[in-house]
Design a protein around this ligand. Structure first.
Ligand SMILES: Nc1ncnc2c1ncn2[C@@H]1O[C@H](COP(=O)(O)OP(=O)(O)OP(=O)(O)O)[C@@H](O)[C@H]1O
Ligand SMILES: [Mg+2]
Length: 496
């Protein structure tokens, strides 16, 4: 379907600022349809025809009443014969009322044609199309809503509605059906709809009668003041008596001067309560990660105490390694406990992981230097946990095996690079050392150590990835992990 802009540019003389004005109108006119219980059409004249034919640029149906048009009329062209009132309103540049047939049908409608003015020039016509009234006397609500509509319609013709600042109908912003208060020029209540009275009750305001000042019933006038003074709509949330009420204040202008206001109110108390509950759920998850981290650190500390009491160097070594593995998992939980998300920035984990390994090397006049290169980006918590353990083992192996102490007792010098490359579909993790290289005849399948068994189980099992060992200057271990199916790589579509 063609957009308002496309239709206007193809069929009508409307462009530039005037077109932007119509687009703003189409963003904020649901209010008018709801207040008038009627369908609205936005019609612009076909170029160079002096109001003989019009094209429908936009259409809105009321949420407060029934629509006359189940079909979409946007793009439809109407002529003088079909809609003489539109042509008359256009040529005279004034509002015209009367009856006509429903577009494309025989049923009669009450038609109100409202010229849309921009910078002193007519640029389009809004028609309000309602069923012909059946002689029924309108109720109080209906009368006040129609009064508000008429005043807004006059603003459309004066060029003061839509407001110059883009008033996009925010998701969740109060609508007419949520509750309406109509104020006169002195901020006295002229009318409050039943739903708005319920919202006032929720705020603990019971003393409402028409004719009283907002301030007299204890209603904070701040938003109304701002809207009237700036002659711009204001959205504000007020909290009172445990209730949260969202206000949308629309100033009503006459000759561009403030002459009252319309307040739309929406009771969002339950919504906010749910938000708070969700927030406390996040806080709970963070707290759990924090406790898991603390418990793991306690276990690591207990193992260390146990290790110190052992005489066998082999047993001491085994305990020490277990301690190191547990600490690498604790690091992930610590990072998860700091954020309210299920994802972690893996870079925040690599640095503390390197520190854990560095602590196991003696740095007497030399040592092994670590360097981290690249960025893994965000990873889901469970991926990060497995990867942290894998990385820890690979770095520890470099320290343990790549730089053996020779007989000369010379201090060892070596470097280990951890390189992370995040690509669209996968993550590449390389641990590169410049040491002595893998032993003759090394093969991963035959490696008997616990370290590489853990690595292999995690990479091929948990992470569904691959691992390769390469003999280069020293050793380069390459771990590849597919990420396509994980949450971290889901592309978030911007809202349409
Ligand atoms: N970066 C490396 N440079 C040289 N040799 C290595 C390297 N990484 C692994 N190796 C070789 O692979 C073997 C298996 O490693 P693995 O981590 O499985 O066991 P480990 O380190 O000996 O014992 P642990 O169970 O404590 O890790 C090592 O003993 C070592 O010979
Ligand atoms: Mg090892």
């Amino acid at each position: 379907m063609a957009t308002l802009e496309e239709l206007a540019l193809v069929h009508t003389p409307v462009k530039g600022d005037a077109l932007a004005h119509l687009q703003r109108l189409a963003l904020s006119w649901r209010l008018l349809a709801d207040l008038s219980f009627a369908d609205l059409l936005l019609l612009a004249p076909v170029a160079n025809e002096d109001g003989h034919r019009f094209v429908v640029l936009a259409q809105v149906r009321p949420t407060t009443g029934q629509t006359l048009y189940v079909t979409d009329l946007v793009g439809h062209v109407v002529d003088e014969v079909e809609r003489p009132l539109v042509t008359r309103a256009w040529r005279r540049a004034e509002e015209c009322e009367g009856e006509a047939n429903v577009l494309g049908g025989k049923e009669r409608v009450r038609l109100q044609c409202i010229p849309v003015r921009h910078r002193g020039r007519e640029i389009a016509i809004v028609t309000r199309e309602a069923p012909t009234t059946s002689g029924r006397r309108p109720g109080e609500l209906e009368r006040f809503y129609l009064e508000a509509f008429d005043r807004l319609a006059r603003m459309v013709t004066e060029g003061s509605f839509p407001f110059a600042r883009e008033e996009i109908e925010l998701e969740g912003a109060p609508r007419v059906g949520d509750g309406v208060i109509l104020l006169d020029a002195d901020a006295r209540i002229k009318y409050a709809s039943p739903n708005s009275v319920s919202s006032l009750h929720r705020m603990g305001i019971h003393a409402y009668t028409s004719g009283v000042h907002l301030a007299e019933i204890g209603f904070d006038e701040g938003a109304v003041d701002t809207a009237v003074r700036a002659r711009m709509p204001v959205i504000e949330e007020v909290e009172r008596d445990d209730a949260s009420i969202l206000l949308r204040v629309i100033p009503l202008l006459e000759d561009r001067k403030p002459a009252g206001a319309l307040i739309l109110l929406r009771d969002v108390t339950d919504l906010r309560r749910r938000d708070r509950m969700l927030m406390s759920k996040d806080a709970t998850i963070r707290e759990i990660h924090h406790r898991v981290k603390n418990n793991l650190q306690t276990i690591a500390a207990l193992l260390r105490l146990q290790g110190r009491r052992l005489d066998s160097p082999e047993a001491r070594q085994a305990i020490k390694e277990s301690e190191r593995r547990i600490r690498s998992i604790a690091i992930v939980h610590e990072t998860l406990s700091r954020e309210a998300r299920e994802e972690v920035d893996f870079s925040d984990i690599v640095k503390p992981l390197v520190r854990v390994v560095e602590e196991t090397v003696s740095t007497e006049d030399g040592g092994v230097r670590f360097e981290v290169d690249g960025d893994a980006g965000e990873l889901p918590g469970e991926v990060a946990t497995s990867l942290a353990v894998v990385l820890n083992e690979l770095m520890q192996n470099a320290v343990d095996h790549a730089f053996p102490q020779d007989e000369s007792d010379e201090p060892v010098h070596g470097s280990v690079i951890v390189r992370l490359s995040r690509r669209e579909q996968d993550l590449l993790v390389e641990v590169i050392d410049d040491g002595v290289g893998l032993p003759e005849g090394f093969s991963l399948d035959q490696a008997k150590g616990l370290g590489l068994s853990i690595v292999q189980a995690l990479v091929t099992g948990e992470l569904a990835g691959t691992i390769e060992f390469h003999r280069e200057k020293g050793t380069r271990v390459e771990v590849r992990i597919p990420l396509a199916a994980t949450a971290a790589t889901k592309v978030v579509e911007p809202p349409a």
